[in-house]
Design a protein around this ligand. Structure first.
Ligand code: ADP
Ligand code: MG
Length: 554
């Protein structure tokens, strides 16, 4: 007699499932992409484990995903011959959410009220549970490669699930079989035409062949051949094919802002296919967020933890495939490999030059890209010393001259006033507050443009980037403003900054009164209407950075 264990879903899963079932999504088809993507992952994990343990493949070495349609009993079965799951893995993977982004996901999905649900599901990687959007019962029968036990997980998605052992005869010889008992309005997923169309649209480029069995007992018919898109010539790939592939690899439902596909030849050979997403992933600033570039060796997925790009390009998705590493490459070998170092460099260069070209040829697409990822790219200004001037040139900033459309530093330098010898900036929390700052008065009076920097990262890079095209960066809240060399514009108010005896007397009085609270009191060119303002010392952090460091408890 085999025992059935009953489990309660982790609280987050229960809540998530509730949202899945009760929200109305415009596009439920996404569940199929999620299950196929898990099946393909499972096949790739097996391929990888089999490198050191080839016996795991047994007499069935070819990966495959099969969809069986059963209209009469309203079922859809997704089966793979991949790695499979042990009992513990079933409980761990299908009863909890290991990811840190879950809470953020819930908030977003509640806020979206079903509108962007499909995209959110992909983005947040809550893939498997999306099965409950179309099924009121889900059975998972799995046998891990190399194991002589098979397990049955089942749930109606209402708070609990059960796990029990099953006879080997009732399980796949290896891998996972997921049976969806479809809800009434999800019966279309037993239609061959519908399912084939969805598979071709969403999953046509997964690197595992996919077949459909029209009804139990029928012959499988192949719908997707598992050819890896990146191995084809660029000229043979349509824009739609790239987009489909991007959606699969990035788990997003938008259009890529940029596609970079190339083959590097010479000392190190590899193929790269990388995308800049068209919208912003929710966890862009999660400190634990890793890059999402996958490493393949001869079309075998190896890892998505190799650091194939610098951190400031962590929003790029895609893959590298190379024949120049052994299949059984270890983590340490990857870290130390000169090939990886060379890929990192080559790929970074290609991505940055492609973004530069985009800025030139498609300014609107670039503007969107910058809005989404500019604050991350700017981290590179202090992290990637070698490419600092390239990254500065790529950067765009809102300024007193243009607070809607961000400007390039080359525009700023070109429009500098006669006698002006620095790039001036003001940092703060938001644009409205910056624009109202009295510190700007003297600059406005002289028509001098000031960068208005509102990203937290700005306070850091400005202190480490000494100059752009020979012009130093200077905070207008710091030290003497030194504007005497630039003529004021005609209509500006003209108080006299010169130290008349009464001004000197006032300064001395103020110094004596404030004592230790300030390090100096000075007359200044920087104000035209306000009487006084606080500035930071010439050297050391500027006002905004001081505030941020205080906030961080340092
Ligand atoms: P993700 O794929 O982002 O990890 P999912 O919710 O889609 O999230 O899947 C959760 C986990 O369940 C997977 O990471 C995997 O460990 C396991 N899993 C799901 N489907 C399969 C499958 N067909 N074969 C093996 N493991 C699977
Ligand atoms: Mg998944």
């Amino acid at each position: 007699e085999m025992s059935v264990e009953k489990h309660v879903f982790e609280a987050d899963v229960a809540k998530l499932l509730h949202l899945m079932v009760h929200s109305v999504y415009s596009d439920k088809n996404v569940f199929l992409r999620e299950l196929i993507s898990n099946a393909a992952d499972a096949c790739e994990k097996l391929r990888y484990e089999a490198i050191v343990a080839p016996e795991l493949l047994g007499s069935d070495p070819t990966p495959r995903i099969t969809l069986t349609l059963d209209e009469d009993s309203r079922r859809l079965i997704v089966e793979d011959n991949g790695i499979g799951m042990s009992r513990d893995e079933l409980v761990e993977s299908l009863g909890t959410i290991a990811r840190s982004g879950t809470r953020a996901f819930m908030e977003r999905i509640e806020a979206a009220q079903g509108k962007d649900g499909a995209q959110l599901i992909g983005q947040f990687g809550v893939g498997f549970y999306s099965a409950f959007m179309v099924a009121d019962n889900v059975d998972v029968v799995s046998r891990r490669a190399g194991s002589d036990k098979a397990w049955h997980w089942t749930s109606d998605g209402k708070g609990t699930y059960t796990v029990s052992a099953v006879e080997l005869a009732d399980a796949p010889a290896r891998g996972t079989r997921i049976t969806l008992h479809l809800m009434g309005d999800a019966k279309i997923y037993t239609s061959r035409w519908t399912v084939e169309r969805i598979v071709k649209d969403q999953s046509g480029h997964v690197p595992v062949p996919i077949s459909v069995i029209e009804k139990p007992g029928a012959e499988p018919a192949q719908v997707a051949d598992g050819t890896a898109l990146w191995t084809k010539q660029k000229s043979e790939i349509s824009k739609e094919e790239y987009t489909d592939f991007y959606r699969g690899v990035a788990g997003q439902y938008d259009e890529p802002a940029l596609t970079v596909h190339f083959r590097a030849e010479g000392r190190h050979e590899y193929t790269a296919l990388a995308f800049v997403p068209g919208s912003k992933p929710f966890d862009l600033f999660d400190p634990d967020r890793k890059g999402r570039m996958k490493l393949y060796v001869k079309r075998v997925f190896i890892t998505d933890e190799a650091e194939l790009l610098p951190r400031y390009l962590r929003f790029v998705r895609g893959l590298i495939d190379t024949a120049d590493l052994p299949l059984n490459v270890s983590r340490e070998m990857i870290q130390e490999s000169p090939l990886i170092a060379s890929i990192r460099k080559g790929l970074t260069n290609r991505i940055l030059t492609s973004i530069e070209k985009l800025a030139e040829n498609e300014p609107e697409t670039f503007a969107k890209l910058w809005e989404n990822f500019g604050s991350v790219i700017k981290e590179g200004i202090y992290e990637d010393f070698e490419r600092r001037s390239q990254l500065l040139a790529l950067s765009r900033f809102r300024t007193t001259a243009s607070d809607e459309k961000p400007r390039a530093l080359s525009d700023y330098v070109r429009d500098m006033k006669e006698g002006q010898n620095a790039v001036y900036y003001l940092t703060g929390d938001n644009l409205a507050q910056l624009k109202a700052s009295p510190q700007l008065e003297g600059f406005r009076a002289r028509g001098i443009e000031v960068l208005l920097l509102t990203d937290p990262v700005d306070s850091f890079w400005v202190t480490t980037a000494p100059d752009f095209e020979g012009k130093p960066f200077k905070s207008i809240t710091q030290g003497a403003a030194d504007l005497a060399g630039v003529a004021k514009q005609k209509d500006a108010a003209t108080p006299s900054p010169e130290a008349s005896p009464s001004v000197t007397e006032f300064v001395n009085f103020t110094k004596a009164t404030l004592g230790e609270a300030v390090s100096d009191v000075r007359t200044s060119d920087r104000l035209t209407e306000s009487a006084v303002c606080l500035v930071a010392a010439e050297h050391g952090p500027d006002r905004q950075l001081q505030k941020m460091l205080q906030g961080a408890g340092r």
